[in-house]
Design a protein around this ligand. Structure first.
Ligand SMILES: [Zn+2]
Length: 205
């Protein structure tokens, strides 16, 4: 060791709970602060600034960057769920307005599917006001499902197709505009038309 140099000191900062990726569960953590000092004859004279640090899991002792504290798998999951629900709802309403008339059968199909999907009710008034917005916005199906599509597995994509098909069939038959929308769904969701036909056949049986 020379006459002067630097040395680091680790001190314990704040504690709390976080989702430890290694434990894959909520755990206690300690924020370990690392301060570097300018030293002379091994005596710490002053901090060199820019204290850094890391987060240590109290259980498995794994250490992470501070960004780990922002990670909440449950929050991420519920955020995705609500994005998904809105995407399916808007797609169904787009299907309802596609043939120019929103009949009672389509309204009740949307109410039923939304309730089964989310566990929450939606009123005809809410659906109709959404229908007005959607008709005037001229948004396409891709606008609604495009951004959730990449995060969906096959089962999730098929669920969207099934929901759309049930709304389309609610008035008894598939109109050409409704068929076009189903085709657009398969393209926006990146699933094959064959797969869409198979889902429809399953839904019918
Ligand atoms: Zn851990």
């Amino acid at each position: 060791m020379g006459l002067w140099g630097s040395s680091s000191r680790i001190s314990q900062g704040e504690q709390g709970s976080f989702h430890c990726p290694r434990c894959n569960s909520k755990m206690r953590y300690t924020d370990q602060k690392v301060e570097t000092y300018f030293t002379l004859f091994s005596v710490k004279l002053f901090p060199l600034g820019g204290a850094s640090g890391y987060v240590e899991c109290a259980t498995c002792k794994s250490t992470y960057n501070h960004e780990v504290l922002d990670y909440d798998p449950h929050k991420d999951a519920s955020e995705f769920q609500s994005t998904f629900e809105i995407a399916v709802l808007k797609s169904m309403v787009l299907m309802m307005v596609s043939d120019g008339v929103s009949d009672l059968g389509e309204l009740s199909a949307i109410r039923d599917i939304y309730r089964r999907m989310t566990g929450r009710p939606i009123t005809d008034t809410q659906i109709e006001s959404l229908a007005k917005d959607i008709s005037s916005s001229r948004a396409s199906l891709r606008d609604y499902v495009g951004n959730v599509s990449s995060q969906l597995n096959v089962g999730g994509k098929e669920m969207v197709v099934r929901a759309l098909y049930m709304v389309a069939m609610a008035d008894g038959s598939i109109a050409p505009q409704e068929q076009r929308l189903l085709d657009a769904a398969s393209s926006a969701l990146d699933i094959s038309p064959e797969r869409v036909r198979a889902v429809i056949a399953e839904t019918d049986s």
